[in-house]
Design a protein around this ligand. Structure first.
Ligand code: LCV
Length: 259
């Protein structure tokens, strides 16, 4: 079951997240469906993609499917994790991907949205970066996705508080492109997608890849990378990581002890 709907109208493709039972959590199934849809669009003549939920949802996506996270002693966000594959697929997709947001965006879904090229959200939308809430050691390229969306101070506030940020503030600080009322967001997003699709696709494809390469060009020494990976291992081997996952599954507040 792929838990998505895929459509194409002219040169505009749409991927609609549709697993309300799990609040569009980024499960293997749902991510495989989105990646397959993007591959189909890339092989066809789609020149702009809209990634959205059903209209009127309270939760755009609840983020990584916590039931699919390891309970400890294994990197929860390794190279082949579905969320990592999804973010890389969006970033390297040959045409612009526009995120159309309604409702709450949580955890890895915030990174997924920020990996999109353009983000349009309703005023009621919120964005919550949640590793600290679960005790998860976020991964290096994921932190770079957040850093490319706002100032270091903003990323620290989002990451350390795990508090939802309102769309209006996210727009004001440049983290998202537009805030549009729920009753007109679909038309607004479709019009932008069509405007993009009427421009030169090869020129846009090159500019998207240039910006990805340039934005991702951060000097990280092998020693620096190894140090970060070592710190992350301490976290995913910790009591607090296992406690965060267990507490979520047992629907109780986590008792973090700092080790
Ligand atoms: C699996 C879920 C989820 C879910 N997975 O409805 O960024 S990192 O590092 O943290 C990364 C690892 C990551 O993305 O982790 C996940 C981060 N996501 C969150 O922290 C959001 C967790 N969800 C919530 O806080 C609430 O579900 C929200 C506020 C989104 C919605 O609350 P609401 O009261 O409307 P429920 O909490 O009752 O959830 C409905 C069902 O969806 C499941 C949840 O366990 C419940 O299942 P049952 O009906 O079986 O009880 N669910 C929600 N989120 N991420 N399953």
């Amino acid at each position: 079951m792929e838990a998505i709907e895929v459509k194409q109208e002219g040169f505009v493709g749409s991927i609609i997240l549709d697993n309300p039972k799990k609040l569009n959590a980024l499960s293997h199934d749902l991510v495989d469906g989105v990646i397959a849809a993007l591959a189909k669009f890339a092989a066809g003549d789609v020149r702009a993609v809209i990634l959205r939920s059903r209209p009127g949802v309270k939760v755009w996506s609840a983020g990584h499917d916590v039931s699919e996270l390891p309970e400890g002693r294994r990197d929860p966000l390794g190279w082949d994790d579905p969320l990592r594959n999804l973010v890389r697929t969006i970033e390297t997709h040959p045409c612009p991907v526009i995120a159309q947001i309604e409702g709450g965006v949580w955890g890895g879904a915030v990174e997924t949205v920020l990996a999109c090229d353009i983000v349009i959200a309703t005023p009621e939308s919120t964005f919550a970066v949640t590793p600290a809430r679960l005790g998860v050691p976020y991964n290096v390229s994921g932190m770079m996705t957040f850093m490319s969306a706002g100032s270091l101070r903003l990323v620290k506030e989002l990451a350390f508080t795990a508090a939802p940020m309102a769309a209006e503030r996210a727009e004001r600080i440049g983290m998202i492109n537009h805030v549009v009322p729920a009753d007109s967001i679909a038309g607004f997003t479709q019009a932008m997608a069509e405007r993009i699709a009427n421009n030169a696709p090869l020129s846009i494809r090159v500019m998207k890849e240039q910006l990805r390469v340039l934005a991702g060009a951060k000097p990280v020494s092998p020693r620096g990378f190894e140090k970060v990976q070592g710190l992350r291992r301490v976290v995913y081997d910790s009591h607090d990581y296992a406690e965060g996952i267990r507490a979520f599954k047992e629907k109780r507040p986590p008792q973090f002890i700092g080790k």
